[in-house]
Design a protein around this ligand. Structure first.
Ligand SMILES: Cc1cc2nc3c(=O)[nH]c(=O)nc-3n(C[C@H](O)[C@H](O)[C@H](O)COP(=O)(O)OP(=O)(O)OC[C@H]3O[C@@H](n4cnc5c(N)ncnc54)[C@H](O)[C@@H]3O)c2cc1C
Ligand code: FES
Length: 254
């Protein structure tokens, strides 16, 4: 069931030049949300932005009844979100889309994130940890400063890193990390820039690993009505906002 909620901004953490972390709450318990699902936020602070912006649910703190959004400042909408203040209200439609599949018992799972695509993996890692397993993250970015929430990831599981400039972890792209040569995985979940996800999907196919990707096609309504987010799949054209954003690579025409 979808909700339209006025969430209250508790904190706005400027994590780096590029990223801001919004922690939001509501007087009533937040609805059930699965990793990979997203919210459509209304950008009230700008008179020229009419369309809501899709943002993944980064984390849910049930004890504090908090929902976190990790926002990369790329344009006017996300910059407006970054300028919110504690006490402000953010109108959100949630939860939207279909999320990642939880791993089955004993499945060796790798969570691969690039850039702001790491956002939904924090909540996913938390739920995996709650099953008693230890999540393994492989996070990639251009440089060390572009890997936000590192301590939060480390608190949940094993974290491996690649940076393009070598400032943290192994130098190169995620698909070049040595763990992919030395370790075996049964399942991969990935979110990030399309070229990165295509490379991860290619690796998964070649190694017969089940793989789900979270697409970030441009969206408007977020509800399956405007068709602006359509992706060609083996089942025809599907709305990423409603049938995704998470897809098994076998249904994509990549
Ligand atoms: C399912 C989903 C989940 C997302 N989760 C997050 C998240 O957790 N955190 C986050 O910061 N962003 C996330 N995004 C991307 C975010 O929605 C866009 O960055 C945002 O809508 C841009 O709005 P803007 O007004 O700031 O930029 P605009 O002025 O609209 O655009 C600025 C630039 O960003 C590009 N851009 C816009 N939308 C996207 C997009 N979807 N993918 C790639 N480039 C885009 C534009 O082409 C343009 O170059 C997600 C997108 C989707 C579809
Ligand atoms: S964003 Fe409108 S149909 Fe997906």
């Amino acid at each position: 069931m979808k909700h339209i909620l006025d969430l209250k901004v508790i904190t706005v953490e400027q994590i780096s030049v590029r990223y801001v972390l919004l922690k939001l709450t509501h007087p009533s318990p937040l609805p059930e949300i699965f990793p990979g699902q997203f919210v459509e936020v209304r950008v009230d602070s700008s008179p020229t932005i009419f369309l809501r912006r899709p943002i993944s649910v980064n984390f849910l703190d049930r004890e504090r009844n908090e929902l976190w959004l990790l926002v990369a400042k790329v344009g006017s909408g996300t910059r407006s979100l970054a300028s919110l203040k504690p006490g402000d209200t953010l109108n959100c439609i949630l939860p939207l889309g279909k999320g990642f599949t939880m791993p089955r018992d004993f499945e060796r799972m790798l969570l691969v994130g690039g850039g702001v695509g790491i956002a939904p993996l924090l909540l996913f890692g938390k739920l995996i940890k709650e099953t008693g397993a230890t999540p393994t993250f492989l996070l990639g970015a251009r440089t060390a400063a572009d890997i936000p929430e590192l301590d939060n990831f480390k608190a949940l599981g094993r974290v491996m890193i690649t940076t393009e400039d070598g400032s943290l972890g192994e130098k190169g792209f995620v698909t070049m990390h040595s763990c992919l040569k030395t370790e075996n995985y049964d399942r991969i979940a990935t979110c990030g820039p399309k070229p990165m996800m295509m490379a991860v999907a290619d690796f998964a196919r070649k190694n017969s690993i089940v793989c789900e990707v979270s697409l970030e096609n441009l969206m408007a309504c977020g509800l399956g009505a405007c068709l602006c987010c359509v992706e060609k799949t083996t089942q025809g054209n599907l709305c990423v906002c409603k049938e995704g954003p998470v897809f098994n690579i076998n249904s994509l025409l990549w």
